[in-house]
Design a binder for this molecule. Structure first.
Ligand code: ATP
Length: 317
């Protein structure tokens, strides 16, 4: 795959997840002996890129890893996923982003995230990767990297006519108007929507009201709120700026065993379907993204749970 062929550009983050399994979470000052350790690749941007690539999308990721052993092994893992890594920088300013996760037998967990190298992804890095934007159809970004970097990516994509998806995650209390204005699809989960609009989002009515509030904040085209096992809500405007009928898309009823990363899987699938099936109505794209995400919740882990294209049912296409 040559660089210029990337259809999806993810401007995003990497985290190495170090997961310790213990019988009980440690109390303050306590040292505990765990019974299992796992080290996995994570971070929202990379998770989304991995989903898109596994579905068959030519995917590039722009991001920053630490010039350390975690960073180097992450880079190798991305290459094995067939992701274009030419625009990933290795910095010596900070270590690769890390999530220290402690999971007790009950399933309760505690997590410390250190973004590290992700904080060193700059506007200049975005500008240096302009080439990869020029041929791309979709740009997807998240808020695990500096906001000004996200904004520069959104601006560049708009300038070049690349369709933009902003996943405003993790949850933040406020976002300047340009984040809304420059996103073709503004996508959040219920918690992220609640934080932004400062109102609860616990049912369909509240989700719809939240989607309208997000539109008022500046979204031009589409607001998408993922609703866990209840699927997703899509609120769109037409070319005359009038609201279209909102669509509540149902998620397939499945036996979920681990929903970690479901949102990232949904977004990676969304970008893939938008890039490769641009003529589908958006509600079909969202429905099929829900179907892909529902596969991931039936398996353990984050990236380990993301499906490959051959695992999708044929009627999806
Ligand atoms: P996470 O933070 O766990 O990665 P999220 O909160 O960002 O996920 P969700 O809204 O929980 O995202 O889920 C994203 C999508 O995954 C949903 O729109 C739905 O399609 C699918 N999904 C999540 N949970 C379930 C479930 N229990 N059953 C079926 N599908 C699910």
């Amino acid at each position: 795959m040559v660089l210029q062929e990337a259809q999806i550009v993810v401007l995003g983050s990497f985290m190495t997840d170090v997961v310790s399994y213990v019988s009980n979470l440690p109390r303050m000052g306590e040292t505990l002996c765990g019974h299992k350790l796992a080290i996995c690749c994570g971070g929202k941007g990379a998770n989304q890129a991995v989903t898109a690539a596994r579905l068959g999308a030519a995917t590039a990721i722009i991001g920053k890893l630490g010039n350390d052993s975690f960073g180097k092994s992450y880079l190798d893992a991305l290459k094995k996923e067939n992701i274009l890594t030419d625009f990933i920088g290795l910095t010596s300013e900070a270590l690769t982003g890390l999530a220290q996760i402690i999971v007790e037998d009950s399933g309760q967990n505690s997590i410390v995230i250190v973004p590290g190298a992700n904080n060193y992804l700059t506007t200049e890095d975005v500008m240096n990767s302009r080439d990869t934007f020029t041929k791309a159809k979709i740009m997807l970004s998240v808020l695990e990297i500096p906001r000004e970097t996200v904004l520069s990516g959104l601006k560049l994509a708009n300038e070049l006519g690349v369709f933009t998806i902003l996943n405003a995650a993790p949850a933040v209390e406020d976002l300047e108007k340009n984040f809304y204005i420059l996103s073709d699809i503004f996508c959040v989960n219920e918690t992220e929507a609640e934080m932004l609009i400062k109102q609860p989002v616990t049912n369909h009515d509240e989700a719809l009201s939240a989607a309208h509030r997000l539109m008022e904040k500046g979204c031009k085209k589409h607001v998408l709120i993922t609703l866990g096992k209840n699927g997703a809500l899509l609120l769109s405007r037409d070319d005359n700026n009038s609201f279209l009928e909102p669509v509540f898309v149902k998620a397939p009823e499945v036996k979920a065993i681990d929903t970690t990363g479901a949102g990232d899987c949904f977004l990676g699938a969304l970008a893939y379907f938008l890039a490769y099936y641009p003529d589908w109505p958006l509600c079909k794209t969202v429905t099929n993204s829900c179907r892909v995400a529902s596969l991931s919740v039936q398996r353990a882990g984050t990236q380990t749970s993301f499906p490959y294209k051959h695992e999708l049912e044929n009627d999806l296409f």
